[in-house]
Each structure stands twice: as C-alpha cells, then as structure tokens.
Design a protein around this ligand. Structure first.
Ligand code: BGC
Length: 368
C-alpha cells in the first residue's frame, strides 16, 4: 500500500515482513513497518524500524540499470533467524564491534556485559540494537528518524541511553546517517551501521574484484579473538595498504598473521585526520568495474571497520533468492576503535550525562 508517490516518503505496511514470526509480541507485530525513501534520480532506500535496518539500496549502474546493492531479507523473520547473526543493514550498538571479555571499568566501577562472541562482547550483546523495535518519526519526505531508549542495565551497560538515528536520502544520491544519543550515567557508546555491499548487486558473486581505497595510514592489529592489541600499526608495505585503490582480492591471500586472524580483512582502520577530531572526511571509496558503480564513505568518526564477509559461508539466502557467498559483500563500518573502553590510549567512547553523542556518516553513490 503506497501512501504517496515519486520523490516522497512511501510508507508500506510490512505485512510480509512479520509473517511467520511467532516469537514477536502482538504489539510489535503492529509496530514493525517498512519505509521507502526515493529521490528524483530514482535511487531508493528501504528501511525498517526492526533494528533500524537498511533492507535495500537501489542505485543505477553506468547504463542506467537499477540493482539492489545491499544484503537483506524480505521478511522480518529472516533478520531474526539468520544463523551466525550477520547484522545485515542494522544499526549496531550500544557498542559496535568487540569489548574484550565483555568487561570494562568506568569511574572505578567494573561492568560486566553480555558475552555473545566466544568470551567477548560483540555489537551490543545478545539483544543489541539490531534486534529491537525502534520508534519512528517521519521528519519530511526525504528523512526518517528511528529512536530507541536502551535501559540502564540492558546487556550490562550503565545508564538509560536515549538514541536517535536519522536517515536522509538526498537528491545527490547520498544516504546520510546521523546518530545522536544522551545518557543519564556515564557509558560507552559506539554506533554504526552494518550494511553489506556488493556493487554488482546483492548475491552477485564475491566482492574480491571491487577496488577499495581506505584513507588510513594505520590500522589496529588484533589477537586471535579479534581484540585490538592496543598498537596502531602502519599499513605501508602490508596487505592492509589501501591508501591507493586496489582490488580487495589482490593481497587477501598473502601469508600474514593479521589476515589469518581475521580470515581475511576484518580490521579497524585508523583514519587520516589532519585537523581536529570530529571533522568530516572521505574515509573510503569502492568501485566495481563491470557496473561502474562507485561508492564514497564520509565520516566524522576516527575509524572504519573494513569487514569483507569472511564469516559468510553461502548458507544465507537473501531477498532475491541468491546465496550470500563467502566474501560476497563488504562492510565499511564507521566507528571508534574496538575495545576502546579497555584501551585508554584509543580515542574515548565514554558519553557522560549532559553531553550529546553526535556523529554523521554519509554513503554517496555514483557511476564512473
Ligand atoms: C565484525 C566481524 C563480525 C561481523 C558480523 C563485523 O563488524 O568485525 O568480526 O563477524 O561484524 O558479526
């Protein structure tokens, strides 16, 4: 049921999205919706308030053909039941990526978080922000805002955290994601979006041929459990050097301990910030030569997690019936560094009462 037409916010009741989902409370059945943003150029982004998930991004290739370039499902049960929790398109938090052993000390108090990735805490825990129903505000025809109140003690975190994630589709084919949060007790916060991209189209093979540029001279090496060692290592002379665009697959097969630990690239890159923290910079670009699709990522964050779908095994079948292969999609998750609450030398992720967490990320799409 389309409520309005072209170049406007289209709200579609998500009947299909809730079908077969017996574990959701009745109230939630009524509240899960699918929203479509469309611009004059025809770019279209679909979002749902379950997990504040981006379910689809349709852009043109250099010949004007549309394809959906992000992973997802046609129904909410797909998101709820996906094995190995891939976090397709979701907002992850309260803390994106890992916190070692699910523990940290803040203002002299030790906190214990839910552990959901072996002994570690990943992407907010067992029921992170990707698995809750958010409230919705339709701001205008290009903009939608999802809000959620994470309660004091949820997944072990201190403080009632009030979060707003605002998605805007511009006429320049940009998807802007603005994050805002406030708290009533000091707490770590690190929000990001976990969209997987394949610029050929979701489910169209691997992303090893995509040419990636990362504006990062350093990265944070990890241990076997993918927890940063605390060091910032130079990328120069390693397979992690994406300072000049190169195919993702070019060096991924090199014998390298960090690639071994990640099963490929699954690392936080330290973005080159020449000015003060918080400035918006171009963090990454990705180009797919056959379609000509080009993507730029801008962020105010100090880091970006480049994850190339190493944990995908081809057993998840997406919305168009195609399997999501090993390395069939990549994520560029703008963020603070993983495990920052335990690494005082990393930029702080602690939000205190009276302050606002605010950060903007932009995905811009074009063709070349
Ligand atoms: C992490 C990976 C993880 C993936 C899916 C990424 O952000 O860096 O290690 O497997 O999310 O959960």
């Amino acid at each position: 049921m389309k409520i309005s037409m072209k170049n406007s916010l289209v709200v579609v009741a998500m009947a299909a999205l809730v079908a077969g989902c017996s574990s959701v409370k009745v109230a939630d059945f009524d509240s899960i919706q699918l929203y479509t943003l469309k611009n004059k150029a025809g770019m279209e982004v679909k979002l749902t308030n379950y997990g504040a998930i981006i379910t689809s991004i349709k852009t043109v290739d250099r010949d004007g053909n549309m394809a959906d370039i992000t992973f997802g499902y046609n129904d909410v049960s797909g998101y709820m039941n996906a094995v190995d929790k891939p976090y397709f398109g979701a907002v992850v938090g309260r803390y994106g990526n890992r916190i070692a052993k699910g523990k940290f000390t803040l203002d002299g108090e030790e906190y214990e978080l839910a552990t959901n990735n072996n002994e570690n805490h990943l992407h907010g825990g067992k029921i992170g922000f990707d698995k809750v129903v958010w409230d919705v505000e339709i701001v205008n025809k290009n903009t939608i805002r999802f809000t959620y109140l994470a309660k004091d003690g949820e997944e072990g975190y201190p403080g009632n955290l009030s979060i707003a994630v605002t998605y805007t589709l511009t006429e320049n084919n940009e998807l802007k994601i603005a994050y805002h949060a406030t708290t009533d007790k000091a707490t770590p916060v690190n929000l990001t979006n976990h969209a997987y991209f394949n610029l050929k189209g979701e489910g169209e093979g691997t992303i090893l041929d995509h040419e990636l540029m990362l504006n990062a001279k350093g990265f944070t090496p990890v241990d076997k459990g993918l927890i940063p060692t605390g060091e910032i290592a130079p990328v120069a002379g390693t397979p992690f050097d994406f300072t000049t665009a190169k195919p993702i697959g070019r060096d991924i097969g090199q014998k390298d301990q960090q690639l071994e630990y990640g099963g490929g690239y699954d690392h936080n890159f330290v973005l080159n910030k020449e000015g003060q923290d918080g400035q918006m910079i171009l963090a990454a670009t990705a180009y797919e030569p056959t379609s000509g699709r080009f993507m730029e990522v801008f962020t105010e964050e100090p880091g970006i997690q480049f994850y190339c779908g190493n944990f995908l095994e081809g057993n998840l079948v997406g919305k168009s019936g195609k399997a999501y292969l090993h390395r069939g999609g990549f994520c560029l998750e703008t963020q603070h560094y993983p495990d920052s609450p335990n690494q005082p030398q990393f930029p702080s992720t602690i939000l205190r009462p009276g302050k606002a967490y605010e950060t903007l990320t932009i995905y811009r799409f074009s063709v070349r």
